[in-house]
Design a protein around this ligand. Structure first.
Ligand code: BTN
Length: 326
């Protein structure tokens, strides 16, 4: 069996490569090349096949490079990097990250993958993760704060990521509580924070980040909400996925460091700047039922402030949806 990850870098989006040429290169049969192409096809990557000419990609592939990522990290960030895995295919980078040993306090580990076969979203959803299209990254951090103090971490990291994307030139960005990142009112990115450890001691935090970069070259993308990607919103986008990954890793690590040091007192105002739902009439859907009210921002613990007939409620868990849009 020929590994598709060996074949993919040989395919071009301009020149055709014939089945025979590829078979000779790998010293395999043309049937093996054919089967390998079927595997690439199944990943959703658009391929053109012309009888007598061969195969070519419909769009260039921008594969992750561990070397390029490390080159684009500052010495300060690499100095506190414990482990770095840049993988082809995993079920979920959060799951792989959980299996890593806990990094020493003050340092981090990171897992990136080209493709997730069972990417996890919040509230048990699936995070669609096509090959080489987006960023799927999980940062592991030993948090010197007890688990019950972490409610603000997920909105805080979402603020850090939205500000970083804005600094890279993306406009039309906003946040939906607790940590959804929108671009022009469509979902662009999301965070899934998972923790393990003592309720009162320090804990292991996995900060999983998914950012859609270039979904348009993929077939069969079925997502149950309005979604978008960076390249559709910024045609002049020039960063490679590796450069973007480096900036996002640095952003998440800086966010975890700040949260650990409790230097997040400006969180409420920073959230207000990006808040997509502020002053909107919404339903909050959670396991305990549906609550109606008007969104009035977040509190210092990262809870949603919901104005109801009974007064301001501080909501810790739930899904926000605009009234009338469910
Ligand atoms: C959401 O908005 O529902 C959260 C999405 C989080 C997706 C990322 S992709 C990297 C990491 N690994 C996962 O399985 N999920 C997170």
């Amino acid at each position: 069996m020929l590994d598709f990850t060996k074949l993919l870098p040989l395919l071009d989006h301009v020149e055709y490569r014939s089945g025979q040429q590829l078979a000779t290169h790998f010293n395999v049969t043309r049937a093996t090349i054919h089967n390998c192409m079927a595997r690439i096809d199944a990943l959703g990557i658009e391929l053109e096949r012309i009888p007598g000419r061969g195969y070519r990609l419909c769009a260039p592939l921008d594969l992750l490079s561990k070397k390029e990522i490390v080159t684009n990290l500052t010495a300060e960030v690499t100095a506190c990097m414990h482990a770095f895995k840049c993988l082809q295919q995993v079920d979920s980078t959060n799951n792989t990250a959980f299996e890593l040993e806990q990094p020493p306090s003050g340092s981090f580990s990171v897992v990136l993958a080209e493709n997730q076969t069972a990417g996890k979203g919040r509230r048990g959803r699936t995070w669609i993760s096509p090959y080489a299209a987006n960023i799927y990254a999980s940062v592991v951090w030993s948090m010197r704060r007890p688990m019950h103090e972490l409610s603000g971490l997920s909105p805080y990291l979402a603020i850090c990521v939205v500000e970083a994307l804005h600094a890279m030139g993306l406009s039309g960005l906003s946040l939906k509580w607790p940590n959804d990142i929108y671009c022009n009112h469509k979902k662009l990115a999301g965070l899934l924070i998972e923790c393990s450890g003592e309720l009162s001691g320090s804990c292991k935090v996995i900060a999983g980040l998914g950012v859609n970069v270039a979904m348009k070259n993929y077939r069969n993308i079925e997502i149950d909400q309005q979604w978008t990607d960076i390249k559709s919103n910024m045609p002049g986008w020039e960063l490679s996925r590796s450069q973007l990954a480096a900036q996002l890793i640095a952003t998440v690590v800086a966010g975890l460091q700040a949260f650990e040091k409790k230097s997040v007192s400006d969180m409420v105002q920073r959230w207000a700047h990006w808040d997509l739902m502020c002053d909107s009439e919404v339903n909050i859907i959670s396991e305990s039922g549906v609550q109606h009210g008007i969104v009035r921002g977040i509190d210092a613990a990262g809870c949603l402030l919901l104005e109801t007939k009974q007064g301001i409620e501080h909501i810790a868990i739930g899904e926000v949806s605009l009234r009338g849009s469910e």
